[in-house]
Write a protein that binds this ligand. Structure first.
Ligand code: AMP
Length: 321
């Protein structure tokens, strides 16, 4: 079993006032790790608050105790003894819940992004871990908290989503070992699979069809770019989180090495997602644009509108493709 350096165990007791927070635009790993750790901490501490920045993505409402996640309110300013920040490469990605961090005595940063800025008082960073959920598994073990089906369901969800169903090269024998232990707790894999992959609303599938019909392919068929104007979300009645998965379809096209998703948030702000298939390190590309992430999945936010964002992205990628 992997041992955590700097284990935060000694800091946690039943009277600790603890916050657990996730990054903006939360995905399966950030929600799974926040809820999984939150549920484990509730077995030790009397006061545990789990925060999210955005609306809870409906797709994940099968997760146990998801109702315990609160939207951060400005009156929740009371200082916390400990704040666990999970799956978050840098403080900017906390959005407005960054204020929780500023109002906490100790910040414990647990993450698997290579680009993590070590912003915590304690930083547990493992860029080789498949997911933050994989790391939380070790933290919970070290807390000597008994795993239960609910914690296991949360951690499995983060692992299965961040490994792309165990096909990405962040999947190791250790990942499978953990998953096998989680499965011993009789988690309902069918239900998780159904909610994650087999229950897509029809409008999201029609949107996918539209996107794939309007793909922009360049650089000798190595780059695929998807542009999503804000109005398009309205036309298909979608939220931002409904859009994210489409980038993987573009990456998986024969000959494509890098896929880019440009999502217009407003006239200025554009969220950019990158995926690569084999040799291009898109974490470096994202870092050059002020973002971060992993070698094969990364992102950045650009504040010069859609056309400018696309130019910048194409320039960056020209060098590596
Ligand atoms: P996404 O395309 O949103 O699924 O993100 C892929 C990876 O890039 C995730 O690991 C994110 O944590 C990271 N990422 C996305 N956007 C940003 C950003 N603006 N800054 C830093 N990292 C990001």
């Amino acid at each position: 079993m992997k041992k955590m350096e700097n284990n935060p165990l000694s800091l946690v007791d039943k009277n600790s006032k603890v916050a657990v927070i996730a990054h903006v635009n939360p995905d399966g790993d950030s929600l799974g790790s926040t809820l999984g750790l939150g549920l484990a901490l509730k077995k030790i501490c009397n006061q545990v608050a789990i925060y999210i920045n955005d609306e809870f993505p409906k797709k994940y409402s099968f997760l146990p105790a998801y109702q315990d996640i609160k939207l951060y309110q400005s009156e929740d300013h009371a200082p916390f003894d400990l704040c666990f920040v999970l799956d978050c490469g840098d403080e900017k990605r906390l959005g407005y819940s960054k204020r929780i961090l500023e109002n906490s005595i100790q910040v414990i940063n647990i993450d698997h992004h290579i680009s993590n800025t070590n912003f915590g008082h304690i930083n547990l960073i493992d860029a080789k871990a498949s997911s933050t959920c994989e790391m939380i598994y070790s933290v919970v073990k070290d807390f000597k908290v008994e795993f239960d089906k609910d914690i296991a369901t949360c951690l499995y969800t983060g692992i299965v989503t961040d490994t792309g169903n165990f096909i990405y090269d962040n999947t190791t024998s250790y990942t499978h070992k953990i998953v096998s232990e989680l499965m011993e707790l009789e988690i309902d894999i069918n239900n998780i699979t159904y909610n994650l992959y087999q229950n897509r609303p029809l409008n999201t599938v029609k949107f996918l069809g539209y996107i794939l019909n309007n793909l922009h392919i360049c650089y000798d068929g190595k780059l695929a770019i998807i542009e999503v104007k804000k109005d398009l979300l309205g036309e298909f009645n979608l939220s931002h989180s409904d859009v994210d998965g489409v980038i993987n379809y573009a990456r998986d096209i024969e000959g494509i090495e890098v896929a880019v998703l440009l999502k217009e948030v407003n006239m200025q702000e554009v969220k950019v997602g990158f995926r690569s298939k084999s040799h291009v390190d898109v974490s470096k590309v994202a870092q050059n644009l002020g973002g971060g992430g992993h070698k094969k999945a990364s992102g950045a936010t650009i504040y010069n509108g859609l056309d400018e964002a696309r130019k910048k992205v194409e320039e960056e990628l020209k060098r590596v493709l």
